[in-house]
Design a protein around this ligand. Structure first.
Ligand code: SF4
Length: 209
């Protein structure tokens, strides 16, 4: 499977958020990787498809920013497609684990393809992931409910760092956050209503690092 990793010391990112309460259990930093070859119908992250978008950020810089963020429980890799940059993300994930933080990875690929792969970098990222949420895009998923019928996604708890109870499906917390940047751009993250998302997207919804 082709990927874009000519330089595993950097990660091509489309967005970064230091803290989010809607992208996995607890409070998490979120990295939206740039580049996705899957091209799901209905994807509303199309601006993350091209590998020429976004920018390269060194793993050391990302790690430094993450560990300087107090009170987070872990880091979520979203996209774009994280397995398109599996080696670099695996290196970062291993560093994150060394600090006692958890790693959650989204992927548009089905679990069987990821788990059965002989691609070394994919195996390494799988080994460094605590919770994998895999499968193609489904409109309006709710990551807190691991029932595939409710989400269309496959939940795989690969270690004990994140357990099914951590997702708290009865939580009353919001499923979406809007963060207003210093330059006035609005980052919509989580699982917003599609109409609302597109309305914000039209006015510019972009994370920054
Ligand atoms: S895998 Fe994610 S980013 Fe890629 S096309 Fe599907 S929904 Fe969009």
């Amino acid at each position: 499977m082709a990927d874009r990793e000519s330089n595993p010391q950097v990660i091509r990112i489309g967005g970064f958020l230091k803290r989010s309460a809607v992208n996995g259990p607890g409070v998490r930093s979120v990295i939206w990787v740039q580049g996705c070859p899957i091209r799901c119908e209905g994807c509303f992250n199309k601006d993350l498809w091209s590998i020429t978008g976004g920018k390269d950020v060194g793993i050391r810089q990302l790690f430094k920013t993450i560990i300087s963020t107090s009170g987070i429980d872990g880091v979520t890799f979203s996209g774009g497609e994280p397995f398109f940059q599996a080696e670099a993300l695996a290196v970062l994930a291993e560093k994150i684990h060394s600090q006692g933080l958890s790693v959650m990875t989204f992927s548009g690929y089905p679990y069987g393809l990821l788990a059965g792969s002989h691609e070394r970098s994919w195996n390494r990222l799988m080994a460094a992931t605590d919770l994998l949420i895999s499968g193609p895009y489904i409109a309006q998923p709710d990551f807190r409910n691991p029932d595939p019928g409710a989400t269309g996604k496959e939940y795989h708890f690969l270690t004990d760092r994140i357990r099914p109870g951590d997702l708290d499906p009865d939580s009353t917390s919001a499923l979406v956050e809007y963060t207003i940047g210093k330059d006035g751009t609005v980052l919509a993250t989580g699982f917003p209503d599609a109409t609302l998302h597109h309305r914000f997207h039209a006015s510019g919804t972009k994370g920054g690092f």
